[in-house]
Design a binder for this molecule. Sequence first.
Ligand SMILES: Nc1nc2c(ncn2[C@@H]2O[C@H](COP(=O)(O)OP(=O)(O)OP(=O)(O)O)[C@@H](O)[C@H]2O)c(=O)[nH]1
Ligand SMILES: [Mg+2]
Length: 246
Amino acid sequence: MIPTYNERDNLKPLTDLIRQEFPQVKSILIVDDGSPDGTAEAARKIPGVEVLARTGERGYGFSMRDGLQLAIARGADVVITMDADLSHDATILGQMVAKLEQADLVVGSRYCAGSALVENWPWYRLLISRMAGGLVTLCTGAPVRDTTSGYRCWSADLLHAMNLEQIEAGGFAFLYESLYYARKAGARFSEVPNLYRGRIHGESKLNWKIAAEAMRLLPRLFWLRVTSAPQTKQSRPGRRKSEAKL
Ligand SMILES: Nc1nc2c(ncn2[C@@H]2O[C@H](COP(=O)(O)OP(=O)(O)OP(=O)(O)O)[C@@H](O)[C@H]2O)c(=O)[nH]1
Ligand SMILES: [Mg+2]
């Protein structure tokens, strides 16, 4: 499941790469927010790609929530979320899915090897990412080193247990809030090293509104964390049998 906003030129190379590296993929879902560059129309021309064309308020978080909900409503067992800008290394897809044997949420991580696995990023972007990551760990309690990575492999059981409706974030703060609710639902976390390549084509969508939402949400998550007990081992997402796989 790939949220997109103005990613027309990245989609074909990305979907080709996904199919080449992970031929087991059952379905590729693009969740587009009415991109003015015609991303949705371009996606519809790629065989085997489905498009959820959102209307209403635009946002990464809203798109992730809608896309994940659609995937599990369709009966997917496993959902992988990935950025469209070729930042996420498709060669680790198989490893991420395999790790779901011992985990409920597997993160493609820039920071779980000895040093940061990042290309094409200025030093200050890396610094901000590491600082934000530490803060998110503190506020969510999720034992994940790359808390701001959108490259994730989710078990459908966890997504059902989390109740995605309770996630409020419209922007990138979705990434933190979802970690909080995943931990609360008793998720087991795991990470796979991901060589992250900063975007080469297209423009960044980060802005002050998105940053302000994250700053507002983090203290709230921290407060929720210290005032509510996590679920116990027994209430971990149980394995369900579903008909289809993604
Ligand atoms: N549907 C939807 N997708 C979005 C929105 N904003 C960003 N995205 C997508 O979310 C993914 C991550 O966004 P990026 O712009 O790459 O964010 P980033 O990686 O933090 O920043 P850069 O790589 O520097 O641009 C990409 O696939 C974007 O197209 C949005 O408002 N709606
Ligand atoms: Mg990016």
